[in-house]
Design a binder for this molecule. Structure first.
Ligand code: GLN
Length: 555
């Protein structure tokens, strides 16, 4: 078993997760079995209760774990299917150490960061490797080197390396090499100091991943190599990508990262086969046409808040040889008019919590329904579409969700029965993978090409089935339910080319080479409607980057 630890230096937001995931892509393309895990030094037990402003999206796994969004990168960039064991926070570590102490597991001892906390961290790395399903574990440590709260993780890694032997480990440090305009120079000092900080703790990186705006010239590479004690070929340039994050594995490969890591770990592998990945990137970079999708949500300035949704749109669009023009609309701004939706070829409403912006979202759903614009409502998006239809088509003027009006007289969306006694907010929703039975003869069946699917959930409220018949007669179809038929999972409108809402989050299961059916169907419908802006794609048929249709990977 081999181990790669990914730390970050100088500043946060360097894209460590993406870098770790991209290394995963490269190693998998060399036929190695890879798994990724993330250690987060904050004290929350999981990010489930954090606001998207703080933390970006909460990514949900099959087993219902609410995790850091980097796990989304891991699942999209590799074949691994992750569980709650793949995301560890300081909160979890201390919670279990203290529980053990109360149980008396440490009877007679003083419980301390070293060895009790560090032992538990090491155990979590071992746990994954013991499964024997993988050749390599890539562990990303959240935060920035020098943070006090990250120290126990780094100390655990230091000890771990001693136990498994340095020949089985690569420490990869992702760092910033800033360009200082006044000096016309890239500066290596922040990286030198960050590596010095790591050395203080007893960790020596073997690879430096240098995030930079400008190419690293020979001098800079030599300096970094000399002062950080890494070989010159282990100074890897990771420049800001030009078009898409999916270019990162290709640029790291061009820098020789995968070969270097295999050499350091004494692994003999075949050359990587990145042809399919390259084709996908080419399609994203140079699509035949573009389609404008309006996303109506609450956190439009926080790009990470709806990360998996944006990625899923990209995957689906690429499979239709099309690019996405995102039009991000703050739901509150639609409360008094829908003008902003005029040029949208499709409307998507993401999941969410709380009442802010709800009336704007309802207006967006109405606009899409009335103008027959393809609509995709995810979780809360499905719920607002339901409220809209009940109010404006079924004449249930007071229709609402008990989430926004506890005492509403027309609760078309109401709390799940199982949630009634729940008091704690953490990890207490209906979470993770649940099966959906699809009603035959519906659009949903056509889109999925299947009558049973499993999807990831994260919600407390549901469609109130007592309204089903009343709404069905007006054209609102429950096209998928839980296997026992009690919970609505999917809705669609009979008299609309593509108006689909789901109680779950399909965005957590879309990958570049496997776009999710609901997103694919959505983009397809947007294109079919051909009301979008005139194609303004580069679409130069002679462009060498264009991939002939016949060569494309079957999706
Ligand atoms: N707030 C809604 C619920 O809890 C929707 C949740 C979501 O969109 N993830 O049911």
């Amino acid at each position: 078993m081999k181990y790669i630890f990914v730390t970050g230096g100088v500043v946060s937001s360097l894209g460590k997760g993406l870098t770790a995931a991209s290394l995963g892509t490269l190693l998998e393309s060399r036929r190695l079995r890879v798994v990724l895990q993330k250690f987060d030094p904050y004290l929350n037990v999981d990010p489930g209760t954090m606001n998207p402003f703080q933390h970006g999206e909460v990514y949900v796994l099959n087993d219902g774990a609410e995790t850091d969004l980097d796990l989304g990168h891991y699942e999209r960039f590799t074949n691994c299917v992750l569980t709650r064991h793949n995301n560890l926070t300081s909160g979890q570590v201390y919670e279990s150490v203290i529980l053990k102490e109360r149980r008396g597991d440490y009877l007679g001892k003083t419980v301390q960061v070293i060895p009790h906390v560090t032992d538990l961290i090491k155990h979590r790395i071992r746990e994954i490797s013991d499964e024997n399903k993988y050749d390599i574990v890539i562990t990303e440590i959240g935060g920035t080197t020098g943070d006090i709260e990250g120290l126990p993780f780094l100390e655990a890694i230091r000890q771990f390396i001693l136990e498994v032997g340095p020949q089985n480990v690569v420490n990869m440090h992702v760092t910033l090499v800033p360009y200082i305009k006044a000096a016309h120079e890239l500066k290596t000092k922040p990286t030198q100091q960050s590596v010095a900080k790591l050395r203080e703790i007893g960790l020596q990186p073997q690879v430096l991943i240098c995030r930079t705006e400008k190419p690293l010239d020979h001098d800079v590479r030599r300096k970094l190599s000399m002062f950080c004690s890494v070989s010159e070929k282990a100074v890897i340039e990771e420049r800001d990508v030009e078009h898409t994050i999916y270019e990162v594995p290709l640029t790291l490969h061009a820098e020789g990262l995968d070969q270097l890591v295999c050499d350091l770990l004494h692994l003999q592998t075949p050359e990587p086969d990145l042809a399919d990945w390259q084709k996908f990137v080419d399609r994203v970079v140079c699509p035949k046409r573009h389609v404008k999708i309006a996303v109506v949500g609450k956190y439009m300035d926080v790009r990470d808040a709806y990360k998996s949704i944006y990625e899923s749109l990209t995957h689906a669009a690429a499979s239709e040889d099309c690019g996405i023009d995102l039009k991000l609309i703050d739901a509150e701004s639609l409360e008094h008019g829908d003008g902003q939706l005029k040029d949208a070829a499709g409307v998507l409403i993401p999941g969410g919590f709380g009442g802010r912006g709800i009336e704007g979202k309802i207006n967006a759903a109405r606009y899409a329904r009335e103008h027959k614009i393809p609509f995709l409502g995810l979780c809360l998006g499905m719920q607002v579409a339901t409220i809209e239809f009940a109010r404006n088509v079924c004449g249930i003027g007071n229709a609402n969700s008990t989430e926004f009006d506890k005492n509403t007289v027309e609760p078309v969306i109401s709390l799940l029965e199982e949630q009634r006694g729940v008091r704690n907010k953490g990890a207490s929703m209906r979470l993770g993978t649940w099966p959906t039975k699809i009603v035959q003869g519906t659009l949903a069946e056509k889109i999925y090409g299947d009558t049973e699917v499993t999807e990831r959930h994260r919600h407390r409220y549901e469609f109130n089935m007592t309204y089903r018949d009343r709404m069905d007669t007006k054209g609102f179809v429950i096209s998928g339910t839980s296997p026992d038929g009690t919970l609505a999972e999917l809705i669609e409108l009979r008299d609309h080319p593509y108006f689909v809402g789901c109680q779950y989050h399909p965005e957590f299961q879309s990958k570049p080479n496997k776009p999710h059916a609901l997103f694919k169907g959505f983009i397809h419908a947007c294109l079919a409607r051909e009301l979008g802006p005139a194609p303004r794609a580069p679409a130069d048929p002679l462009s060498p980057r264009r991939v002939p249709e016949t060569e494309l990977v079957a999706q």
